[in-house]
Every structure is written in C-alpha cells, then in structure tokens.
Design a protein around this ligand. Structure first.
Ligand code: ADP
Ligand code: MG
Length: 338
C-alpha cells in the first residue's frame, strides 16, 4: 500500500461511524458483522462512474451522497433495514485528492449517519473516478418486496413524485431528456429549477417507506431508470401486465411549473433517477398502507392496476389518459447499453 493510499484510508477510517453489531470494522483484511438471529441478510451493490452517472462538474459531496443513496434505495425497494456498507473508490491521482475525499465523505457519511449505516470496509485505488458501494441490510424472512410477487388485481402505487430528476437534466440540456420542452418561466423559475436539481443531485432513498411496506405490499422496485422501464421489470418477473392512469401520476409543484402535457408525462413515465418506490399491493391493504406510510411521514398514491397477461402475449405496460386513449411514450427509460 502506498503512503498516499494509507493516508486516504486513514482519513476515511477516522470519520466512519460504527454500531454495536460491528465486531470488527475498517482496518483488517475483512470486517466482522453480527446479524441478529432470525433475520435475512439483504445485499445490494451499485457503481457510479464519472461521465455516466454524474457530470464532470458534480460536487464531491453530491457524488458521495448519491453513491450511497442509490444503494440505500435498492434496500428500500426490498423493504430492508440498512445496517452496513462498503466503499470502493477509484480516485485520479490529483493534488486535490484529499479535498475531494473530504467533500465526498461529507455527503456519503452524512447520509450514512441519517440511516445509522456503518461504513465497515472498502478498497482505495488510483484510476478514473469511480465509486462502487455495497450495502447490507436486514429483513424478516418472507417480508421482502420482490419483483416477481405482483398479482393481477393489485393496485400499483408510487411514493413521492416522478420526473423531477429528469426535468433537471432537461433544463441542463443533457441527453436523452434535452428534447423535452421544459421551460423556466412559470412560478418562481429559480426556486423551481433549484428544487429539480436538488432531486437529481441528492435523491432521498425511501427507506422508511420501504420498511413500512415490508410484509404489507407484494412486489416492489425503485424507480431508477424510469417508471415504465422499472414497472416493466416487475411485470416481466411476475408474468403480468400493468395499466397506468396517466392523469394519476404524482407531480411536484416544481415540475408542474416547469412543463405541461406530453413533455411532463414523458418525464414522469420515462425519466430516471427519481428513486421513488413503485410497489403493488392487494386492494384490501389500501387503507393499511395509507396509515402505515403516514406514520413514517411518507406518501404514496395509486397510479394503476396489475392485470392478467393474455396467454402467449408479450409483457405490456399500458398508459391510459382520461379521454380514453392509450398513450405511447417516445422513450421507455434509461438504457446503459441501448
Ligand atoms: P487489503 O490489502 O487487505 O485489501 P487495504 O489496504 O485495501 O487492505 O485496506 C485496508 C483496510 O481499509 C481494510 O479494512 C479495508 O476494508 C479498508 N478500506 C480500504 N479502502 C476503504 C474505503 N474506501 N472505505 C472504507 N474502508 C476502506
Ligand atoms: Mg484492498
């Protein structure tokens, strides 16, 4: 290990929080963790690369925040309680390496502290900026919100609002959203634009909502690539179709002020990076879901129904509008290798 690498790891170690179930954290060949008896371990990992997941100009603290947030969002989508994480950092060997790391840790460890997640290990190497995070969480056996658990007749719900992060990309003229007609005119344009950018830079993982829904909802996924694409994964895994009511899609005040009509709908249905939860549940659970979510200060609304898939048919997510027509979006969602 080089002196520079040692120095960086020491900086990380000095600031990483811990918790009682970490028997051995940063510093050895591996960490020792003590999961409580009777609960399943839930593991998720996600990598963020400069130029793909964040721009050249992104602030270090925002990169730190988002790299943990997208991982916590995966645990939330399972209904799991986050507990531990690891961080593999590839950093360019620049003079401001330490400053970058300190800023990165402000965002990363700030979010970790909010969710009582301990950073227990990782790897530090030199190379183009890349961040790979693994999160570990816990769940009661049988309670996870799996993609393959949706059933015909289920209500389809979504937390929060959709399309904000994609609108921020559209405002910045970033592909693939730049063709969307987002304007800076209505309401208070500066405030609205700032709100949309905040959603993109610092997504809120819906951890409390996911926990509340575990064992109550059936299937779940987080909206990272766009509602149609992500709900499509649920339908494919569950062998069902979905019908979405376009007019029921939740919209933030900032997005409502920034764009209307088809442009807004496209962002809500196909825009990625919102990290809301989309889940399905029996209509009989409707009231219980509203109650349990309000207890954790979360909100969700029904946006459609799961339908049986006709024999031999391909998986379909249909979007209906109030005038009775079926709406076909210009694009489905974000694809890395598309
Ligand atoms: P090894 O050679 O065994 O891989 P390293 O020198 O890579 O050990 O790491 C030393 C210790 O520091 C290990 O416990 C490792 O988990 C931890 N560590 C290294 N990089 C990071 C990081 N970016 N974040 C958290 N812990 C780290
Ligand atoms: Mg190592």
């Amino acid at each position: 290990m080089s002196a520079a690498e040692f120095d960086l790891i020491a900086r990380i170690r000095a600031r990483a929080g811990t918790r009682g179930d970490v028997a051995l954290g940063i510093g050895d060949d591996a960490a020792l963790l003590q999961p409580p008896p009777g609960r399943q371990l839930v593991v998720a990992t996600d990598t963020l690369n400069r130029g793909v997941h964040f721009g050249e100009a992104a602030a270090a603290a925002d990169i730190g925040w988002k790299s943990l947030a997208v991982n916590l969002s995966d645990l939330a989508a399972m209904g799991a309680e986050p507990a531990w994480c690891t961080l593999s950092l590839s950093l360019p060997g620049q003079a401001d390496q330490r400053d970058f790391l300190d800023g990165f840790l402000d965002g990363f460890l700030g979010l970790a502290a909010q969710h009582r997640v301990a950073l227990v290990g990782g790897d530090t190497t030199r190379g183009p900026l890349s961040v790979c995070v693994t999160v570990l969480g816990l769940i009661e056996p049988g309670a996870a919100l799996r993609r393959d658990a949706a059933q015909a007749g289920d209500e389809i719900w979504v937390t929060g609002t959709l399309g904000d992060a994609a609108a921020a990309l559209a405002l910045d003229g970033i592909a693939p959203y730049r063709e969307q007609a987002v304007r800076r005119c209505a309401g208070d344009p500066a405030t609205d634009a700032a709100r949309l950018h905040e959603r993109l830079a610092r997504p809120t993982p819906r951890v409390a909502a996911g926990r509340a829904l575990a064992g109550l909802a059936r299937a779940g996924i987080d909206v990272s690539d766009g509602l149609l694409a992500d709900l499509g994964h649920v339908c494919a895994a569950s062998g069902v179709d979905a019908r979405i009511d376009a007019d029921a899609l939740p919209v933030s005040r900032a997005l409502a002020a920034a764009c209307i009509g088809d442009a807004r709908r496209t962002l809500q249905l196909s825009g990625g990076d919102d990290y809301e939860l989309c889940f399905t549940a029996s209509p009989g659970r409707h009231a219980a879901i509203e109650q349990t979510l309000s207890r954790v200060d979360s909100a969700a609304r029904v946006i459609g129904r799961i339908e049986a898939r006709p024999v031999g048919a391909e998986c379909a997510v249909r979007v209906h509008t109030s005038d009775g027509s079926t709406w076909i979006p210009s694009r489905k969602g974000y694809q890395h290798f598309g």
